[in-house]
Ligand binder design. Structure first.
Ligand SMILES: [Zn+2]
Length: 73
């Protein structure tokens, strides 16, 4: 097989507004009002914005966990 999955080639960019830095973290979150308990939404974050996004989600009770992203870019 030589076909490649486009998702493998999509650049992982920080989800923070206006930031185009490479993402180094994936924040997994869930809004219990609109998501089933096992659903996970993902935000990508660079090193600088991971704490900011985590704080935003935590304040609303949405944050579940932050996972490191592979650093192979
Ligand atoms: Zn960022």
């Amino acid at each position: 097989m030589t076909l490649s999955d486009p998702a493998d080639q999509a650049p992982l960019i920080c989800s923070s507004k206006g930031c185009d830095a490479p993402a180094q973290h994936a924040l997994l979150w869930n809004n219990p009002k609109i998501h089933t308990p096992d659903r996970r939404k993902t935000w990508l974050a660079c090193d600088e914005h991971e704490p900011t996004l985590r704080q935003f989600l935590s304040a609303r009770g949405f944050w579940k966990e932050t996972q490191p992203l592979p650093a192979d870019g």
